[in-house]
Design a protein around this ligand. Structure first.
Ligand code: WQD
Length: 335
């Protein structure tokens, strides 16, 4: 059972590779290194105490991608590679459509050519748009609010059409809520490449002293403390959800979407409070204007992943803050 992990040196990919190996899978990592660095491979190998085959590949080049399947006996794929910033996608929509759509279409083509029909696809809770009152279930109507979300929605539909046309495929669509935290060893975490858009990288930059104040985008929402509410999930829980999905695909054909969240919502201000409780650091912040496109509350219904995958998040918000801070301190020491 050799699993190809595209984007395997990224934040979610690297944590998933570690979990896959610990569960007995053989892995091949593919990455173009556009949003990560090769030393992430060394950190993974240090954690799992073995060498891992790695290939630097631009998935827009079909022949380079084909070479991976020629060189290794790939039996399934977890596809993380792609761009993931909402803000960046609004500024550069064509780059997002080309990167996220064409690389995935190339991958499916070559999987078909080599008769590899098990795929775990990296989707996102962003496909739920602002249509529904949480908790969000997988069978709800979907709506994308930005080019990034539209790439995920379009790809989900392409993959489901593929399964409808050929029932020998087994595909899991993983809808992430808000992944934060880092590996318990402190060796892996979120690399703040470019301008981080997400809350936790910004919070950590303030906590470590690189920026002076955290901007809270909106303090007058109709929530308990006026800030938005999110379903934060530990990156290690997110990783194990992918491994359970791969196990599920061994026995199940078809195309199924799964929420990966905790089912618990915490406000932005509650996250800041928890970070202080755990680390002793009171992160200075100011309430700024609302951010265009933000939804007020995003919380997963996690019933389906629990019942079909036998998966449930086990880390809490304090674990997420503790591990994120431990990673940030290690990263700073290593600079
Ligand atoms: C969370 C909350 C912000 C930064 C996005 C994607 C989603 C997934 C995760 C890929 C919001 C507030 C943020 C800051 C703030 N990505 N915030 N100050 O927007 O929920 O989800 O990232 O799969 O698909 O949509 O995450 O971390 O950007 O924002 O107040 O400096 O934190 O307004 O309420 P989001 P986020």
């Amino acid at each position: 059972m050799t699993v190809l992990i595209t984007g395997g040196l990224g934040f979610i990919g690297s944590h998933t590779v570690v979990d896959l190996i610990e569960q007995g899978y053989d892995c091949v990592i593919l990455d173009n290194l556009s949003r990560t660095t090769i030393d992430v491979l060394e950190k993974i190998e240090l954690i799992v105490q073995r060498k891992i085959p790695f290939m630097k590949v631009n998935m827009l080049e079909s022949q380079a991608l084909r070479n991976v399947f020629t060189q290794y006996d790939i039996t399934s794929v977890i596809h993380f590679a792609g761009f993931k910033s909402v803000g960046e996608s609004v500024q550069n929509p064509l780059v997002y459509y080309q990167t996220n759509l064409i690389s995935t279409l190339n991958l499916i083509d070559i999987m078909q050519e080599f008769d590899v029909k098990k795929l775990v696809f990296s989707s996102s809770a962003t496909v739920y748009g602002d249509l529904h009152i949480p908790p969000l279930r997988e069978d709800l109507p979907l709506k994308a609010l930005n080019p990034y979300g539209r790439t995920k929605l379009i790809l989900e539909e392409i993959l489901c059409d593929l399964v409808s046309s050929d029932n020998s495929w087994s595909i899991a669509l993983m809808r992430y809520f808000n992944p934060i935290g880092a590996h318990k060893t402190g060796l892996l975490g979120e690399l703040p490449f470019g301008i981080p858009n997400n809350l936790m990288p910004h919070l950590l930059k303030v906590a470590i002293g690189e920026t002076s104040k955290l901007q809270i985008f909106g303090g007058d929402y109709d929530t308990e403390d006026g800030s938005c509410i999110r379903d934060f999930i530990h990156i290690m829980d997110l990783a194990s959800g992918h491994v359970r999905a791969l196990d599920y695909l061994k026995k199940n054909a078809g195309c199924e979407a799964f929420n990966l969240g905790t089912g618990i919502g915490y406000s932005v201000l509650k996250l800041i409070d928890t970070f202080k409780e755990v680390t002793g650091i009171k992160v200075p912040f100011e309430i700024a204007n609302r951010r265009e496109g933000d939804i007020v509350v995003s919380i997963a219904d996690v019933t389906k992943a629990e019942t079909l995958l036998g998966w449930k998040a086990k880390y809490n918000l304090s674990d997420m803050c503790e591990d994120a801070w431990n990673w940030e301190l290690n990263r700073k020491r290593g600079e």
